[in-house]
Design a protein around this ligand. Structure first.
Ligand code: MD3
Ligand code: FE
Length: 203
């Protein structure tokens, strides 16, 4: 992984937040639930880009439409695409940007991001709002873990073996940032979902 602390300054964070607010007006935050049990997540989600990640009783998947409005997801903002091009070191465009919203007590348990077909592409994460404690482990759930703080404006790139590693958010530190109007945190993750296009020819 590569952590770029404070990559976005306050002005850039505010400009990006304005775009995210416009997106969640079109594609409201929804509460995903665990496959089978239907247990709700504490994190609320939305997406932008051609595909979005959703979870409900029938499973985890990427789909082209919002689960409640059934409308296509809003477009990925140009400033996010530009950051991907500048930093991701990957030629193809991201296809999904998952928007996670954490209230003060929300967390995300250890998991692997495994619903993408292309694991050669990195995952690009950007944090806005209150500080969070992020935990990164290894390929197996019981591997040792390390924790890091993620702060507003930080960018985290996950590539190589870390791309398939267990990870989660242990806790939010409410009131550590003044960016959002209320305590909480937003995390954006840009992802490549399908394998890049090839026409089957050798060169
Ligand atoms: C490490 N989000 O959306 S971002 C997720 O802060 C997710 O909302 C967390 O885990 C959040 O799936 C962590 C950093 C991150 C994202 C994807 C990863 C770390 C990762 C994929 C593999 C390994
Ligand atoms: Fe994840």
């Amino acid at each position: 992984m590569k952590l770029l602390p404070g990559h976005l300054d306050r002005k850039d964070q505010e400009a990006l937040l304005d775009e995210i607010r416009a997106i969640v007006k079109q594609a409201p935050l929804f509460t995903p639930s665990m496959p089978r049990t239907g247990q709700p997540f504490s994190v609320r989600m939305s997406n932008c880009g051609p595909l979005g990640w959703v979870s409900d009783k029938t499973g985890y998947r990427y789909q082209a439409t919002h689960p409640a409005t059934n409308k296509p997801w809003p477009a990925l903002p140009q400033r996010l695409l530009q950051l991907w091009h500048d930093l991701a070191n990957y030629d193809d465009e991201p296809q999904a940007c998952l928007i996670n919203h954490y209230h003060s007590d929300a967390k995300m348990g250890l998991h692997v991001d495994g619903d993408e077909e292309d694991f050669t592409a990195p995952i690009f994460s950007l944090s806005l709002g209150d500080d969070a404690r992020f935990r990164l482990g290894g390929a197996r759930r019981n591997d040792p873990t390390k924790s890091f703080m993620l702060r507003s404006g930080d960018i985290l790139l996950l590539n190589g073996s870390d791309r398939k590693a267990y990870h989660g958010i242990d806790r939010i530190y409410p009131g550590t940032s003044t960016l959002l109007k209320a305590p909480g945190r937003i995390n954006l993750t840009m992802r490549r979902v399908t394998k890049p296009y090839t026409n089957g020819m050798k060169d």
